[in-house]
Design a protein around this ligand. Structure first.
Ligand SMILES: Cc1cc2nc3c(=O)[nH]c(=O)nc-3n(C[C@H](O)[C@H](O)[C@H](O)COP(=O)(O)OP(=O)(O)OC[C@H]3O[C@@H](n4cnc5c(N)ncnc54)[C@H](O)[C@@H]3O)c2cc1C
Ligand SMILES: NC(=O)c1ccc[n+]([C@@H]2O[C@H](COP(=O)([O-])OP(=O)(O)OC[C@H]3O[C@@H](n4cnc5c(N)ncnc54)[C@H](O)[C@@H]3O)[C@@H](O)[C@H]2O)c1
Length: 483
């Protein structure tokens, strides 16, 4: 027999985005919310993605920095201790503390796979228990994250996905990576440092296709410098593996993998294959069909669709985070969850929703060595939007400020700003270099706050910090724009 419960808000998926949505919907509103989670509360980010990858990358970056700092000798990576650090950061795949947080915030947690079962209704399939039916007075929110894309011809080879790479237990001697995006570049960095001989097979003609080309070049040079064999413009036509089997998270999944490359006689042979070929919203088993929808219809009308129209999507149904098809980044999903949670609470209580800026830029940091950080428009995107003559692009070497050059003896990289002449405002920024990610938020504030260049000139960076790069960049702008 199934049980029934009623809440104001039912959230499918207890990742960082679902958690934030529930929290903001409840804050000061008196609304009730429940999180339905089929794996671990905290989601992909906490256990299989952001946290373990950055727990691995940080010591690697520190060791690499120390190896290039006069006065520090013989930095050494201890692989066993590094993997133990990762295990600590993923709480040994135990979500007790996240459940405590949710319950402390007044959010109920239900474990099981949730599916929409009709208007404002969710059915939760639970292990060894009768299904639970949840009714939503105000909203059902889909925050189910995303799934990795597994293209043919790889499926039968049981390749590693990003979960295996972040959860690595057995370090394969030879690792092939297919893909040239963020997961591929970050994983190549830590797997090479752990001791794998890494070959990257990249379909495109550069790494990190959404970044400025100079950032792609810097990461390519750094990976090659670290011994990674990066092959650009290659197409894998066949993938074969004997004895492919699921041996568990982060363990080698069978015998050697043989990859045939179009136009090349040599076959790439590796002990493991990591597929890093993108992710798609996880919408295939959430019961959209029970309310006359499919994934395409929902994605056409995500929370930030430009015209704000909801099409055939009913007003009680929302998608947020990776599941919404917006930028698949934790900070972006959490931002949208804060906005939507607050709007939902306002709608339910008759309060005025907080105003939202018309356009909010999406920041991204790639934790390679050097780091790559960007926000807003690239130079090419800005020229397309404003016209060639209306866009001013300035670049300075990362070592152009003493504080940046001091970070490590081999510091290199580039900082750039993209400025719209019409509004005299920064519309994009990219930083490539050591700790570049920490320079990004100033640019995010400048763009979001619509601070004119003439005002930015009066924001004084301390000496000697890497932030003085801002001074160098602004000095590079034509005089008429600075006044
Ligand atoms: C290797 C890797 C590294 C990354 N590093 C970063 C980074 O450094 N910074 C960054 O900003 N982003 C990073 N990302 C992206 C980031 O992980 C995602 O953007 C983020 O996890 C999205 O959060 P979410 O809550 O939308 O989804 P998720 O974190 O995927 O959470 C969704 C939850 O929903 C649950 N669920 C799914 N379907 C159902 C269902 N039907 N019923 C019940 N529960 C369900 C899942 O079990 C999961 O717990 C990384 C991604 C990868 C793959
Ligand atoms: N530091 C971070 O913020 C961080 C870290 C990791 C992941 N992420 C997020 O996770 C998302 C997923 O990362 P990702 O690297 O898997 O995706 P991605 O979209 O960044 O890169 C996918 C790569 O796979 C290639 N590709 C796609 N299909 C292919 C095919 N059939 N054959 C060969 N190559 C193919 C693409 O050309 C591209 O190089 C990203 O959008 C990113 O925002 C963020």
């Amino acid at each position: 027999m199934s049980a029934d419960l009623t809440y104001d808000v039912v959230v499918l998926g207890g990742g960082p985005v679902g958690e934030n949505l529930a929290q903001y919907a409840m804050e000061d509103s008196g609304l009730t919310a429940v999180l339905v989670e089929r794996e671990l509360v905290g989601g992909e980010c906490s256990y299989y993605a952001c946290m373990p990858s950055k727990a691995l990358l940080r010591p690697i970056e520190v060791a690499s920095t120390a190896a290039h700092l006069g006065g520090v000798s013989r930095p050494h990576l201890d692989v066993t201790a590094l993997l133990a650090r990762r295990d600590e950061w993923v709480s040994h795949y135990d979500d007790a503390s996240q459940v405590d947080w949710a319950e402390g915030a007044g959010i109920d947690v239900v474990r099981g796979h949730g599916r929409i079962a009709g208007p404002r209704t969710v059915e939760v399939a639970r292990d060894g228990q009768a299904p639970l039916v949840l009714h939503a007075r105000h909203a059902v929110v889909i925050a189910t994250g995303s799934s990795p894309v597994v293209p043919e011809p790889y499926a039968a080879a049981q390749p590693w996905g990003s979960r295996d790479a972040t959860g690595v237990v057995e370090v394969p001697e030879r690792l092939a990576i297919v893909g040239g995006g963020v997961v591929a570049c970050e994983a190549a960095t830590w797997m090479a440092a752990l001791g794998s001989r890494v070959t990257m097979l990249v379909r495109g003609d550069r790494l990190l296709g959404s970044a400025e080309p100079f950032a792609s070049d810097a990461v390519l040079e750094a990976l090659r410098g670290a011994g990674v064999d990066v092959r650009l413009g290659v197409e894998v036509t066949e993938c074969r593996r004997d004895d492919a089997k699921d041996t568990g998270l982060g363990r080698v999944h069978g015998g050697p993998v043989r990859l045939t490359i179009s136009g090349e006689a040599e076959v790439v042979v590796a002990d493991e294959l990591l597929l890093a070929t993108g992710r798609r919203p996880r919408l295939d088993d959430v019961g959209l069909e029970t309310v006359g929808l499919d994934a395409d219809a929902l994605l056409r009308h995500t929370s930030s669709s430009s015209d704000g129209s909801r099409g055939e999507v009913p007003d009680w149904l929302l998608a947020v985070g990776d599941a919404s098809g917006e930028a698949p980044l934790t900070h972006w999903g959490k931002y949208r969850a804060r906005v939507l949670g607050q709007q939902l609470a306002a709608r339910a209580t008759g309060a005025e929703p907080e105003p939202e800026p018309e356009e909010v830029p999406v920041p991204q940091v790639v934790f390679t060595d050097p780091q790559v950080a960007w926000v807003g428009l690239t130079a090419a995107q800005a020229r397309e939007r404003y016209g060639e003559a209306e866009v001013e692009v300035v670049e300075v070497p990362f070592t152009g400020a003493a504080g940046a050059a001091l970070l490590r003896d081999d510091a290199s990289g580039t900082a750039s700003l993209v400025v719209d002449r019409g509004s005299r405002m920064v519309v994009g920024a990219t930083f490539v270099g050591p700790d570049a990610g920490e320079l990004l938020h100033a640019a995010t504030i400048a763009i979001t706050g619509r601070v004119p260049v003439s005002v930015l000139r009066h924001a004084v960076p301390s000496y000697p910090t890497a932030s003085e790069l801002w001074l160098r960049l602004l000095e590079e702008l034509p005089r008429d724009l600075r006044r």
